[in-house]
Design a protein. Structure first.
Length: 138
């Protein structure tokens, strides 16, 4: 028996899928998640985590809300297109905060067409929380 009281065989059944050599084991009941992300490192981590969670359960709904410096990076850093492609393939909805876009002087036509805009990232997070999403910010 393990610390949680289940057998090792039962634990392996739950966490046998792998992505980038990291076992998957989400034991919560939530299926809707929203992540507020402000930098490239956390954006890449959010996409990686979304991929790991989707491997285990295709029923997850995941949104990433882009704020802060990431609003500029997502429009200027061409290497992030790979992450945007991964997000699309996983069914992750990407949003960018228009306030951050204005602050960092990002034009809407510089954004990938798959990224939607919202007026205020924080208010959007309050709204999705009211809709039953689990929310995190980084």
């Amino acid at each position: 028996m393990s610390i949680t009281g289940s057998s090792i065989a039962e634990e392996k059944k739950i966490s046998t899928k792998k992505s980038n050599s990291h076992p998957i084991s989400y034991e919560g009941k939530s299926t809707k998640f929203a992540l507020l992300v402000g930098d490239v490192t956390h954006f890449k981590s959010a996409i990686l985590t979304a991929g790991q969670m989707k491997e285990a359960n295709q029923k997850f709904t995941i949104e990433i809300v882009i704020v802060g410096e990431l609003a500029r990076a997502i429009s200027e850093d061409g290497t992030l297109i790979e992450d945007i492609n991964k997000a699309e393939k996983l069914g992750v909805q990407l949003w960018v905060c228009e306030i951050a876009m204005a602050l960092f002087k990002v034009s809407r036509n510089k954004l990938d067409k798959r990224i939607l805009t919202i007026r205020n990232g924080w208010i959007h997070m309050f709204e999705v929380k009211d809709k039953g999403y689990n929310t995190l910010n980084s």
